[in-house]
Design a protein around this ligand. Structure first.
Ligand SMILES: Nc1ncnc2c1ncn2[C@@H]1O[C@H](COP(=O)(O)OP(=O)(O)OP(=O)(O)O)[C@@H](O)[C@H]1O
Ligand SMILES: [Mg+2]
Length: 360
């Protein structure tokens, strides 16, 4: 056994890879299902004429869901208004979601420059989420409790111990190619959470790492996967799975959980993506018919980039002078494609049908 005591720092947390047989029939069958769903989603993304078009929206949706796990709740409406409007966020929850989205961006950009997940990258991510200068824990005293306030886990303590375990995780993440990437993703997520390198923000950082691993393993080009939505829905099972590893060295429950998360969210992501593409096509056709002088492919892209848009976005896309594009927006509203709302001194235009897809 691991000599685990929930109220003492778990400095004996075993290094990776685990010395357990986890490639059981059940796990391998599930791995195949998850991989298939993920490959379909990735194929659909590759076929998009302009995959990066949806990036902002996808990042924001994941950021919103992930923040909800920690009870940071904002509505889609507030969130997208805040992103598009000049008026800066008066709502702290919205602000935190936007920082989280920035952290996802930061991670992806970093992997594009150099394809490694490092301890430093984790630190940059947590700093970006929390908008402070936090780092690896140096003082003792971090514990995890359940809702009743009872301690359920005490992570390793001492900067050196934490760094050593992080270095081992780094090696596993970047160098191990004998374990299936999705199984590896589950193992490293457990390990990251068990090390709990920061005093706060470990859950959020760990969830971003899941997306980064998919990117690193070339399984998913853009994060059209709302993993956090699944975790919100199955939160108790998530915590239970983490504990099964620590307390009984039982990996299967947690690995199955992560594989199911990938499968289900990939299927849902594909569904959403297809709905958006279809809506974009029919809307484009409709605008072409009803407003032939307004229509252009670029214009349709601008009103699908985010559920809210404004005059400046059309100007930035070189669609015309302020006066011309102002006229376009008025015409689009008259025909029911968009609906205007006043936010501060500005007028924003809502694409309600796109918002509806994101809401469900
Ligand atoms: N028994 C456990 N062992 C290891 N890790 C755990 C355990 N229970 C929960 N965790 C992890 O700790 C995270 C919470 O840690 P922390 O508060 O530092 O993160 P956060 O990002 O601020 O919060 P949250 O994940 O709730 O959004 C959980 O999301 C989970 O991943
Ligand atoms: Mg927290």
């Amino acid at each position: 056994m691991n000599s685990f005591d929930k109220s003492k720092p778990f400095n004996n947390l075993p290094l990776l890879p685990p010395k357990t047989e986890f490639e059981t029939k059940e796990i391998l069958t599930k791995t195949i299902k998850a991989s298939r769903a993920l490959a379909q989603l990735n194929g659909a993304i590759r076929n998009l004429p302009n995959p990066s078009l949806f990036l902002d929206t996808l990042h924001l949706q994941e950021a919103k869901a992930s923040s909800e796990i920690e009870n940071i709740i904002t509505t889609n409406d507030d969130l997208y208004r805040a992103v598009v409007a000049d008026k800066k966020f008066d709502n702290p929850a919205t602000k935190e979601v936007i920082s989280y989205k920035e952290a996802i961006w930061l991670g992806f950009r970093s992997l594009e420059k150099k394809p490694f997940i490092t301890t430093n990258l984790c630190v940059e991510i947590v700093q970006c989420i929390k908008q402070n200068t936090t780092g690896i824990r140096t003082t003792p005293g971090t514990t995890l409790s359940n809702t009743k306030g009872e301690i359920i886990y005490t992570p390793p303590s001492g900067e050196e111990v934490i760094r050593e375990k992080m270095t081992n995780l780094e090696t596993f993440l970047n160098d191990n190619d004998t374990i299936d990437p999705l199984i590896k993703m589950a193992i490293s997520h457990y390990q990251f959470e068990a090390i709990h390198p920061f005093s706060d923000g470990n859950g959020g950082t760990g969830r971003i790492l899941l997306l980064l691993q998919l990117k690193l393993e070339k399984l998913l080009e853009i994060p059209a996967l709302f993993l956090s939505e699944y975790i919100i829905k199955h939160k108790d099972q998530y915590y239970k799975g983490l504990r099964a590893v620590t307390e009984r060295n039982d990996w299967s429950e947690f690995i199955i959980y992560i594989l199911d998360m990938v499968e289900k969210t990939a299927i849902k992501g594909l569904d959403r993506l297809e709905s958006i593409i279809q809506l974009m096509e029919t809307t484009g056709q409709d605008i072409k018919e009803k407003l032939p002088k307004v229509y252009s492919k670029d214009l349709v892209e601008v009103i699908f980039k985010l559920p809210y848009t404004k005059r400046q976005n059309l100007i930035d896309a070189d669609l015309g002078t302020p006066k011309t594009v102002g006229g376009y927006l008025i015409a689009l509203e008259e025909k029911g494609f968009l609906k205007s709302v006043r936010v501060g001194k500005e007028k924003l235009y809502l694409n309600q049908k796109l918002m509806n897809i994101l809401e469900n």
